[in-house]
Design a binder for this molecule. Sequence first.
Ligand code: NDP
Ligand SMILES: O=C1O[C@H](COP(=O)(O)O)[C@@H](O)[C@H](O)[C@H]1O
Length: 499
Amino acid sequence: MTSHTAPVETFDYLVFGGTGDLALRKLLPALYLRDKAGQITPESRILGVSRSQLSPADYKAKAEEALRRHLHKDDIDETTWGRFIDRIDYVAADATATNGWDQLQERLGGRDEIVRVFYLATSPELFGPISERLQAFGLVTPKSRVVLEKPIGHDLESARQINDEVGSVFAEEQIYRIDHYLGKETVQNLLALRFANSLFEPVWDAGHVDHVQITVAETVGVEGRGGYYDTSGALRDMVQNHLMQLLCLVGMEPPVSLDQESVRDEKIKVLRSLKPIGPENVAGCTVRGQYRAGAVEGAAVGAYAEEAGTAPGAKPSNTETFVALKVEIENWRWSGVPFYLRTGKRMPAKVSEIVIQFRQVPHSIFPKTAGEITPNLLIVRLQPDESIRLNLMAKDPGPGGMRLREASLNLSFAETFKFRFPDAYERLLMDVVRGNPTLFMRRDEVEAAWRWTESILDAWEARGDSVKPYIAGTWGPSQSVAMIERDGRTWHDDAMSNG
Ligand SMILES: NC(=O)C1=CN([C@@H]2O[C@H](COP(=O)(O)OP(=O)(O)OC[C@H]3O[C@@H](n4cnc5c(N)ncnc54)[C@H](OP(=O)(O)O)[C@@H]3O)[C@@H](O)[C@H]2O)C=CC1
Ligand SMILES: O=C1O[C@H](COP(=O)(O)O)[C@@H](O)[C@H](O)[C@H]1O
């Protein structure tokens, strides 16, 4: 049994927001798959909590329906199925009132000695009220942990308020601020790539790297989450958390060790070194877009305005579904190296990639007839088809003189490691039970990320610009291309489409 399938301690997992999309689509399937892998002890239980007046049997039926829909059919086996459904229970309780909480007390009675996880899969305004009630009803034990789903607030002030409220009930080491990107296999592989190989570290700096691109492209639209998304937008929904975490892992100094504080200490230094984007540079360093009707993966799709449910005659939404940024880390290692970040919905492919473009050779010894020398690229593909590729120049095989062409060294995870590895939520949910917060965000990280992001939001608001339209199924508005091309560089879209 490998460490990722070794059973964890017995737990009670309380999922607040248990009837919601996140719980049914991601959390329950992740717990099921860990159960199937043999990681969950027979005594462990899962308790859904939300306002809906459902009986435990109703909730089990809802969970079953969601699992059948969201799991791959090969993952459903009758032994795990029966065992998993038996673990599930439900209590109707309102986070903003007192009804239902005495039932929670009852359900948890006599189980104070085991690990207790409160997973708050609700909107962030409820994190404080839920914590307050957990304390008032005596449900917080020394072995309790609380998981806060993103977004932690809507801006710096609300993030601070939530952190204060939750922090008045739980100690910082009991608080797990989840960013599921940190649980993705290849994201962690970035640590292995950088710090378990001596090859890359000497060239991981401004002397050798020309620039870095981080792209997180999605084909989906807002998928029924229009109400939330329209008050959020891509900068808050994706950049403030996922893309900033990726930027930190690429940009940080080597941590002293892999322990939780060392890694988080290095990430926060990156966040503190970010060049502010404000009124003076927001126009040149940011692009916001919103998709119009188009076609994605061969199917016609509507415009954001329709999906978000903007009422006819209402003011058109100015929420961005795409954002591109030029970011600079102002420290010795990265001075002068731009990090271009972009993320968007309704793009041509679902792909998340980090591309490190190295500097051009200083001088070519080859004749013009050999062809162009293109800079080396290190491409870390996070999803789908996780891989790490190094694009190098090679001689075109055969006679007829020296001709150069680009070739790849490709470490494909599927081909190299032929077993299924847990997905991000599976891994992170078990890390909480194990009491390992390394892959979760510390309070100061979240607040530093908000501080930097908020200055962009303020500058956008002050300018009052409209979002730039892009056709669904394209790589975003033309202004995003113009932003990078002004610097004599180009997005690596081909690499992404070709895989
Ligand atoms: N869905 C996703 O893929 C992701 C979601 N998130 C974030 O996670 C959070 C939840 O998202 P999602 O599941 O999509 O949202 P949903 O709207 O689908 O679910 C919200 C849940 O909260 C419960 N709820 C609402 N009010 C109360 C209350 N007063 N007391 C107790 N329970 C309450 C609802 O149940 P009921 O009405 O029965 O009370 C429901 O179970 C959001 O902040 C979202 O941004 C983050 C990453 C991904
Ligand atoms: O947190 C979020 O992430 C998803 C994208 O996650 P992925 O694992 O599928 O890449 C995004 O769709 C959603 O809007 C956002 O809230």
